[in-house]
Design a protein around this ligand. Structure first.
Ligand SMILES: *[C@@H]1O[C@H](CO)[C@@H](O)[C@H](O)[C@H]1NC(C)=O
Ligand SMILES: *[C@@H]1O[C@H](CO)[C@@H](O)[C@H](O)[C@H]1NC(C)=O
Ligand SMILES: *[C@@H]1O[C@H](CO)[C@@H](O)[C@H](O)[C@H]1NC(C)=O
Length: 238
């Protein structure tokens, strides 16, 4: 049996990650309520947000729960915490636009991949300004940071940014998929990895248990962040 292979090298795009958020009602994406491009800076020295553990997947897990501790000097019921990946979220990561002076440049050009209201696990947060939230993260190839916002989802004010945390091996191959090939004696194995073709040679070792194994080279298809960005440029401006 011949094996037909392909590999998808997937470079992290913030846009891709929105695929793991849940949909509320058909057609309404909860993340779409966040007017992230309107974010204004309101960083406060007495506010803090910290996430741990800082190293995820140390036992080769591809998902892990993360604990986020919050302290806000000025808590409110509509404070929320957004998860960002890649972790770096200021405007230095914005793609170049036709606006040389950067007048209309938003402070944050990425978008949170998940969020929770700060009062999610403790309704006393709006009085005490202290709480702990838990987030389940998947290895999606980039590091993560958490940001505390006030002002609700519609006029976010960035109050504090956490340390960044990451998976031990952000490039590890995951999610093997098996499918029938194009002909009756072909089988397709697909997986997703963060390795560039210049860093690692993808192949599959296969055969009957106990028998000699055959190595089959794999074909790759690479997507870059810009591939996503261009096709979805106006998605969040609506
Ligand atoms: C938590 O915050 C949300 C959003 O502001 C609010 O609708 C909800 O009533 C709050 N819950 C409690 C228990 O304060
Ligand atoms: C963005 O953050 C980096 C440090 O992470 C800093 O050097 C840079 O000046 C910041 N850029 C803006 C526009 O705030
Ligand atoms: C919230 O505050 C009330 C009254 O102070 C207290 O009884 C309760 O245990 C607190 N809840 C949490 C989750 O800390």
């Amino acid at each position: 049996m011949s094996v037909f292979l392909s590999v998808f090298l997937c470079f992290t795009a913030a846009i891709i990650s929105s695929a793991w958020a849940d949909f509320d009602v058909i057609g309404e994406q909860p993340l779409s309520k966040i007017a992230i491009h309107k974010t204004v800076l309101a960083l406060s020295d007495s506010a803090s947000i910290g996430a741990y553990p800082s190293l995820l997947g140390s036992k080769a897990e591809d998902t892990q729960w993360v604990t986020v501790n919050l302290v806000s000097p000025d808590p409110s019921v509509d404070d929320w915490v957004g998860v960002f990946s890649p972790a770096k979220l200021n405007s230095s990561t914005c793609p170049p636009v036709d606006d040389p002076k950067g007048r209309n440049k938003p402070y944050i050009c990425s978008a949170p991949i998940k969020y929770k209201y700060a009062n999610h696990s403790n309704s006393n947060y709006s009085k005490t300004g202290k709480t702990t939230l838990k987030f389940k993260l998947i290895n999606q190839r980039a590091d993560f940071s958490f940001a505390l916002f006030s002002g609700g989802l519609s006029s976010p004010k960035l109050v504090a940014i956490s340390n960044s945390i990451s998976f031990a091996n952000p490039k590890a191959p995951f999610y093997p998929r098996l499918a029938q090939g194009k002909t009756w004696d072909e089988m397709t194995v697909t997986w997703t990895s963060g390795y560039d073709i210049s860093e690692a040679t993808p192949f599959v070792q296969w055969g009957i248990t106990g028998d000699r194994k055959t190595l089959s080279p794999a074909r790759t298809l690479t997507f870059y962040q810009n591939d996503m960005w261009l096709s979805c440029k106006n998605c969040w401006l609506a």
